[in-house]
Design a binder for this molecule. Structure first.
Ligand SMILES: Cc1cc2nc3c(=O)[nH]c(=O)nc-3n(C[C@H](O)[C@H](O)[C@H](O)COP(=O)(O)OP(=O)(O)OC[C@H]3O[C@@H](n4cnc5c(N)ncnc54)[C@H](O)[C@@H]3O)c2cc1C
Length: 469
């Protein structure tokens, strides 16, 4: 059973009953951290009257938001070397909403989140020079970030230095990191929202778990949805269904996605005994769009394990291991020829192709895969042995990376929102969990405006200590 379910065991009973209405102001599809953030925002900062959240799983946050399926990092931009200063500034601002929310729940430290150090680690002259330069550029934005030399690293994280031949190493270290169980966060947001709804007389918030939205029709002034054997109507539709958001947008022929499709990237995680207390990222290869190996504390195994990964495997399922979703994936790549040509342009980057082949084929070979991953992970812990590493079975979600077939560089990193007249479709690869609360606030503010409801900017500013821009 996932920790999320354990944590909120009884809180997930459907709030919907037989007398439930079938006309809503807002329906949210998806009870991961994105949909939960919207549901929470509606309850607290708007006067929207009738909202419904529909989640096909039996509890919130069981797909990409599950702690087993992502790296649990609150991305802020200090240890992600693929972020420019501007991207780091924007990500830090957006993630600050999640940080503020978590830090106001001190009683949930250890279950919802963990405080602890993080760093980006460079090995060899080239990487160390790059990190020193980066430190000068980023230190004002991150006042608690500092350069940690080899001698101090040997004291703080001895396993990173033991047995290491290379003398030239450097860490950019920040003691103020957060590891987050985003699935549990989704649950907490829904529980809080439901508590608020239960005290409301003139408004209603409802949640349906264990039922999928199987059909959506655009009525011009709203949407009709099929959920189980019931039909409901909504004035506004917000699709927070991960990779399925693209599927729904394609089914509805939303013009904004006409030239977009998905490249689906799954990946494995590996466990080792707990060698490290710090979340350790390594420098990203600039010619590859995915983060290099990193070592993480695991909120589900705080005392005894570290988790490494993820690897990068191209798949055709919208959700990990759900083979029936291949047909839905095929709908996301319409128009097929344009999407295939875009894939060819992406793979024309020889390094990317080699990387994809290595991760798709070699890392999946029993024993050899573990051995090769161990060699990669030795960049962080040089004395790691083959017997230290085990595959974290059935872990790792699917990152739905956006591909724009009308662009010369078709692969887009980061989250995307596609808009129709009365609908939003959120597609959320990393850092979508870190920024979910900010995205939820901004989306709901726009939705409130569209359906002529009130949005309380002042209350948001008061709760989060910063205006919502
Ligand atoms: C390997 C990996 C590592 C990552 N690491 C990080 C990280 O460290 N930090 C970070 O910020 N982000 C990370 N991410 C990204 C992060 O996991 C996602 O951005 C985030 O979980 C997205 O949340 P979501 O609610 O949008 O999607 P999800 O959590 O996937 O939720 C979508 C929900 O929609 C539901 N749904 C789909 N179709 C239907 C339907 N027809 N009817 C009803 N419900 C439906 C699904 O059941 C699901 O619960 C990582 C992702 C992966 C795969």
């Amino acid at each position: 059973m996932f920790a999320t379910q354990k944590l909120f065991n009884n809180a997930y009973k459907n709030t919907m009953n037989n007398n439930t209405q079938s006309q809503y102001d807002l329906v949210i599809i998806g009870g991961g951290v994105s949909g939960a953030a919207q549901y929470f925002t509606v309850s607290k900062y708007t006067d929207i009257k009738r909202v419904l959240l529909v989640e096909k799983e039996s509890a919130p946050g069981m797909i990409n938001s599950a702690a087993t399926n992502n790296s649990q990092t609150l991305h802020e931009g200090d240890i992600e070397t693929n972020y420019t200063l501007e991207k780091a500034r924007s990500t830090k601002y957006k993630s600050s909403f999640t940080r503020r929310y978590l830090e106001s729940h001190t009683d949930l430290h250890g279950t919802l989140y963990l405080k602890g150090p993080k760093m980006v680690f460079g090995v060899g002259a080239k990487e160390v020079t790059e990190l020193r330069k980066r430190f000068q550029e980023f230190k004002d934005l991150f006042p608690t970030l500092r350069a940690m030399e080899r001698s101090e690293l040997a004291t703080v994280e001895p396993k990173m230095i033991a047995g290491r031949q290379e003398k030239n190493v450097l860490g950019l270290y920040n003691e103020d990191g957060l590891t987050v169980n985003y699935g549990a966060l989704a649950g907490q947001l829904i529980v809080e929202a439901n508590e608020r709804w239960s005290q409301e007389q003139s408004r209603s918030g409802e949640v349906r778990f264990g039922e999928a939205v199987s059909d959506v029709v655009d009525n011009g002034d709203g949407y009709t949805l099929k959920i189980g054997d019931q039909t409901v109507r909504t004035r506004f539709l917000s699709v927070c269904a991960g990779a399925h958001s693209m599927y729904f947008a394609k089914v509805l022929n939303v013009p904004a996605v006409a030239q977009s499709s998905l490249l689906l990237i799954a990946g494995n995680f590996y466990y080792t005994p707990k060698f490290l207390n710090t979340k350790v990222y390594t420098l990203q290869d600039p010619s590859l769009p995915f983060s290099a190996v990193h070592a993480d504390p695991d909120i589900l195994h705080q005392a005894d394990k570290n988790r490494y990964g993820p690897t990068t495997r191209i798949v055709m399922t919208l959700e990990r291991g759900r083979f029936h979703t291949v047909t839905e994936y095929l709908i996301t790549i319409v128009p097929v020829v344009d999407s295939l040509l875009a894939y060819v342009r992406i793979l024309a980057n020889g390094k990317f192709l080699l990387y994809a082949v290595k991760h798709n084929l070699i890392f999946t070979i029993p024993f050899l895969g573990n051995y090769l991953f161990m060699r990669t992970a030795r960049k962080i812990v040089p004395t790691m042995r083959y017997r230290d590493i085990t595959l974290a079975r059935r872990q790792g979600g699917v990152r739905p990376q956006i591909v724009k077939s009308d662009q010369t560089q078709p692969l887009n990193m980061g989250e995307a929102k596609f808009t129709a007249q009365n609908a939003f479709f959120n597609v959320t690869p990393s850092p979508g969990a870190s920024t979910a609360l900010y995205n939820g606030l901004v989306d709901v503010r726009s939705i409130a405006k569209k359906i002529k409801a009130r949005f309380d900017d002042q209350a948001v500013k008061q709760d989060f200590g910063t205006p919502l821009v």
